[in-house]
Design a protein around this ligand. Structure first.
Ligand code: ADP
Ligand code: 5GP
Length: 203
């Protein structure tokens, strides 16, 4: 299978993790990029599984050392994607899935352009988003209010994404996600096209 990059964005609480989990066995070998963050872990989150939880200072040292493919400040905390594991997974022919915010998506696009397939995931309404964030019981009301405000800004960037998945019914959303993951694998970046054209012309 060919390697590919699939970026997922959408409000916190849209159901990105739920959808990846529901589709995991149907999308071939993939690597989920584990981000680093300076936010504190939520109840049930594990270091190294959900995020690499680091201090603000350690994150800033990582920035200075050029360790991040992209990073952004979201809800007042640093979040970033480390370069090394992503390149290793791509070399191994895996589909690399990122769950990053819209700022990170734009930065990754600048660096990796047409290699990227992207999807924006949304719950069916703002009310549903609020209910899910409360239902998840992992954030206090102030943090939830901040995430709702951020969602209202993030949705304005929806036009920059290749696909939109409305997560109303989990099974249906997972099915759409499988289609998007397959599309990501089929997409060729300009380097792949150029290489193929050269080979084809001399074949
Ligand atoms: P994200 O990864 O985007 O922050 P989660 O996957 O953690 O979101 O989902 C947020 C909450 O919404 C979780 O409690 C999850 O069980 C719930 N949820 C996800 N998808 C649906 C859905 N289609 N209908 C109802 N609840 C959902
Ligand atoms: P949460 O705190 O709910 O886990 O994530 C908050 C937001 O940060 C989500 O929109 C999520 O997509 C984004 N995020 C998670 N990891 C990264 C990352 O590595 N880079 C960027 N730019 N955003 C991230």
């Amino acid at each position: 299978m060919s390697s590919a990059i699939l970026i997922l964005s959408g409000p916190s609480g849209a159901g990105k993790s739920t959808i990846i989990h529901a589709a995991a066995e149907r999308i071939g070998e993939f690597y989920f990029s584990i981000s680093s963050t300076s936010r504190t872990p939520r109840k049930g989150e594990q270091n190294g599984r959900d995020y690499h939880f680091v201090s603000k200072e350690a994150f800033e040292r990582g920035i200075e050392a050029g360790e991040f493919l992209e990073y952004a400040v979201v809800h007042g905390n640093y979040y970033g994607t480390s370069l090394k594991p992503v390149y290793e997974a791509l070399k191994a022919g895996k589909l690399v899935i990122f769950d990053i915010d819209v700022q990170g998506f734009h930065l990754a696009k600048e660096r990796m352009g047409d290699m990227i397939t992207s999807a924006f995931i949304l719950p069916p309404s703002l009310t549903a988003l609020e209910q899910r964030l409360h239902g998840r019981s992992t954030d206090d009301p102030k943090v939830i209010a901040q995430r709702i405000q951020n969602a209202k800004r993030e949705i304005l960037e929806i036009g920059a994404y290749d696909f939109v998945i409305i997560n109303d019914d989990i099974a249906r959303a997972a099915e759409s996600f499988v289609a998007v993951a397959n599309a990501a694998r089929l997409k060729w970046g300009s380097k792949e096209r150029e290489k193929f054209v050269k080979q084809w012309l001399s074949s």
